[in-house]
Ligand binder design. Structure first.
Ligand code: ARG
Length: 276
């Protein structure tokens, strides 16, 4: 729904994990090349700039302690899915990331979340679930199993729409699509199967369709609070279109973390409190 006075920001609550132990020493997506190495200090600086930007925008940021030996733990979006204060835990597809699931659930239990669920099905948290006002969009094809979509639907009591991902570069839903508001999205159509493209066209006739160039710099791995959009600095065409819609664009340098296949959204898990 368009607000006649222009887009309105809503204060968000985020959970992040400092990339203290960030590395690329295994490859579980096409972006990762263990031979190329990473500049960890640079990754930390980019992550700190992202966190500070959220704070400047008025959001609340919690931090979970990083664990040595879990280099991808910085990608907090994968740690859980939190809707109405209910926490659907993650169960990772790869052995390398498996310990992150219990580690994130532990954080929630220690921080007063009583409605938590250890998942039966493989799912990589908010990386594959995008929560809108009426539905939750859910990706499958590379990581999260479709059975997890049903498990999340039953646990959260929100309708979940399954979308088939089709391009290995965009292995999580949040690399291909982001929410501009509670009922509008931006996405790169080429990341989806033909059937899921039709579903998206039917659900969101007014969606912003991004180009392959924007997707290839993980520009769709963006975070929007309704007015401000935090987006990869290289996604210039996308940024121009967002500005043209009256949104405030905040470009962020994420290239060091992108060596692991992640961007701003991957580093950000939204904590959605119970609905009033
Ligand atoms: N290296 C990580 C992996 O492949 C990157 C995760 C990115 N997270 C995301 N929400 N897309 O699992």
């Amino acid at each position: 729904m368009k607000n006649p006075a222009g887009p309105v920001a809503v204060r968000r609550h985020y959970l992040m994990c400092r990339p203290t132990y960030f590395a690329v020493d295994y490859a579980i997506n096409p972006w990762m090349d263990p031979a190329a190495g990473v500049d960890r200090d640079r990754a930390i600086r980019q992550w700190e700039a992202l966190r500070d930007l959220y704070l400047d925008l008025g959001h609340e940021v919690h931090e979970i302690a990083p664990i040595e030996g879990l280099p991808d733990m910085v990608f907090a979006a994968n740690g859980a899915l939190v809707v109405d204060g209910r926490v659907y835990g993650a169960r990772f597809a790869s052995a390398e990331r498996t310990p992150e699931g219990p580690a994130y659930l532990e954080w929630f239990r220690a921080h007063g979340y009583t409605e938590t669920r250890e998942p039966k099905s493989v799912n990589e948290g908010e990386g594959d679930f995008i929560t809108l006002d009426e539905v939750v969009l859910a990706g499958t094809g590379f990581r999260t199993e479709a059975a997890a979509h049903q498990e999340a639907e039953r646990f959260l009591g929100r309708p979940v729409v399954t979308l088939q991902l089709a391009d290995p570069r965009f292995y999580h839903l949040d690399t291909a699509l982001f929410a501009l508001s509670g009922d509008r999205v931006a996405y790169y159509p080429g990341a989806f199967s033909a059937g899921s493209r039709k579903v998206l066209e039917a659900l969101f006739p007014d969606a912003l369709l991004a180009t392959e160039e924007d997707a290839a710099v993980l520009g769709l791995n963006a975070v929007c609070d309704g007015r401000n959009v935090v987006v990869a600095a290289e996604a210039t065409a996308l940024a121009a279109r967002l500005r043209a819609e009256g949104l405030a664009v905040h470009p962020v340098e994420m290239d060091e973390l992108r060596r692991a296949g992640g961007g701003a959204k991957c580093c950000t898990l939204e904590l959605r409190p119970p609905r009033e």
